[in-house]
Ligand binder design. Structure first.
Ligand code: ADP
Length: 495
């Protein structure tokens, strides 16, 4: 049998590159992962070598195909998902990177962004057009920094000799020679108008970026290009691209308006499908493109928690009161929080508070407070912060949650998920396959290649492992929420 019934997902993350082969049923058949070096030239700066990104991604792709024990000719399509916003510039003729990639986490342009943020008219123009804030995360100020700091680059860019891309775009160019990106990645650059779905001349002008460096923007689901034959020994079409959180939303089959997913990792990333409406946020959330297919665009609201599972790493590495994250679950299982609330505002608080000067607090300590109470409060902090985002989303959209789909390392914790369901008063659903990002990229590519016919067919491939039903009485919920609110109040610098 030599039918083309497999999809290869390339999942290019911040610390590692991963590749997974899925079959027609959406089951993983082969996986490979490779870490690559993080480069920290100065405090607060983060870079990647684009060649390491490509090398690790390509090596894992070949290894995943070997692990799946299939002939590459049986791969119907490739899907790409990636760390978002990270910025690569390279020479059109040689493919050589102009310099290291500036990673999304890098804060080198924070001062410039703070300057922009002082002008309310500018902030509202940016937010109106892009759904974003002028923040160093997004690509535009990173491109500008390279133009300002790497000699000769601006001139050569103006001469049309330099290309810009986010990581998806750079990988696509390596794979196929095509200079294109998808709408989700474009929507994280601060240069893309999410209403007209085009690069925006006013924003390009604001950041001093010539249009000649920009990739063509295409729908997330659809044809992007075909791999060079020498790479896999046969041509394979790339038919799906999306940023990591967008792919995870798709992989969780959040296809209807009001469907949401939360990824509980080191930080948490919440995204809600808002259908064909780009919903502006009054609560500091980001409006973004979820994905597009043909001319049909789906939008989303997004919020993130800076310190999610990382709070457990802090208990493990600094306080040394647990030896591993799973141990926290075991120790916290038999106790309540004993009136203790832990607000891990180690790096400030994001939406809906936006207080960069807030710092962590543990409140409600008494002589009777135990180690277990504190561990429990740490686990609960992940839930409370997520609940704050969920509440903000509900306010912004007016749409109640029917359920929350979850993934990420800390979604292994039953304590976290049960409390999330109790606070949300809606079921929380953990899938069998928690590799939802790669799965989403595979689903998109499979749809784009015609392996599956529609979203309904895909939704049936997502299998739930466990659903947590809300079980808490109103009084207990109110008590917990009031305790959290009070603790946050004590954390805020702004008071
Ligand atoms: P990332 O992709 O952000 O690196 P992962 O999705 O791998 O993160 O999740 C890692 C996080 O999950 C860690 O911060 C860790 O504390 C947390 N974690 C792992 N296992 C558990 C568990 N059983 N209970 C609670 N948290 C956990």
């Amino acid at each position: 049998m030599n039918d083309k019934s497999f999809v290869l997902a390339l999942d290019q993350g911040t610390t590692s590159s991963r590749s997974i082969v899925f079959d027609r049923e959406g089951t993983m058949k082969g996986i490979a992962q490779m870490e690559f070096p993080q480069i920290y030239p100065q405090p607060g700066w983060v870079e990647h070598d684009p060649k390491e990104i490509w090398y690790s991604q390509f090596e894992t792709a070949k290894q995943a195909i070997r692990n799946a024990e299939i002939d590459p000719a049986r791969i119907a399509a490739i899907g790409i998902t990636n760390q978002r916003e990270t910025t690569v510039l390279w020479y059109k003729n040689t493919g050589e990177p102009v310099c290291n990639a500036i990673v999304w986490q890098c804060r080198r342009t924070a001062d410039f962004c703070s300057e922009l943020a002082k002008d309310p008219a500018l902030v509202s123009m940016i937010s109106e057009k892009t759904g974003l804030k002028p923040d160093a995360y997004f690509s535009a100020t990173k491109i500008r920094w390279i133009f300002d700091n790497v000699p000769g680059v601006r001139e050569r860019a103006e001469a049309g000799e330099i290309l810009f891309g986010t990581v998806d775009c750079y990988l696509l160019w390596q794979l196929t020679g095509v200079h294109a990106t998808d709408v989700t990645n474009a929507s994280r650059t601060l240069l893309f108008n999410i209403h007209t779905m085009q690069w925006d001349a006013e924003l390009l002008d604001l950041f001093g970026i010539p249009a000649s460096v920009l990739p063509e923007v295409r729908p997330s689901i659809g044809y992007f290009g075909t791999t060079k034959v020498e790479l896999f020994g046969c041509p394979i079409p790339v038919t799906g691209i999306a940023g990591d959180q967008h792919a995870a939303l798709f992989g969780q089959a959040c296809f209807a308006e009001g469907d949401a997913k939360n990824t509980y990792g080191t930080g948490c990333f919440l995204m809600m499908n808002t259908g064909s409406r780009p919903v502006p946020s009054k609560n500091g959330l980001v409006t973004t493109v979820a994905w597009s297919r043909g001319d049909q665009v789906t939008y989303a609201l997004e919020g993130s928690v800076f310190i999610g599972g990382a709070v457990l790493q802090w208990l493990r590495d600094e306080l040394k009161i647990i030896t591993s994250a799973p141990e926290a679950d075991i120790l916290a299982a038999g106790v309540d929080n004993g009136g203790v609330y832990f607000v891990p505002a180690f790096t400030g608080l994001g939406a809906p508070y936006w207080d960069m000067y807030a710092r962590g607090t543990i409140t409600g300590l008494t002589r009777g407070t135990t180690r277990e109470n504190i561990i429990r409060a740490a686990l609960e902090s992940i839930v409370f912060q997520t609940n704050d985002l969920l509440t903000a989303m509900r306010e912004d959209t007016g749409v109640p949650f029917s359920s929350l789909k979850v993934d990420g390392g800390a979604s292994r914790s039953d304590i976290i998920l049960q409390l999330q369901a109790d606070l949300l008063q809606a079921p929380v659903d953990r899938p069998v396959n928690t590799e939802t990002t790669a799965q989403g990229a595979a689903f998109m590519a499979g749809l784009g290649a015609g392996l599956w016919k529609d979203e309904g067919e895909i939704a049936a491939k997502r299998r739930s492992a466990k659903t947590f039903a809300p079980a808490m009485d109103d009084a207990s919920r109110e008590t917990l929420l009031a305790g959290w609110k009070q603790a946050v109040g004590r954390t805020l610098y702004k008071g």
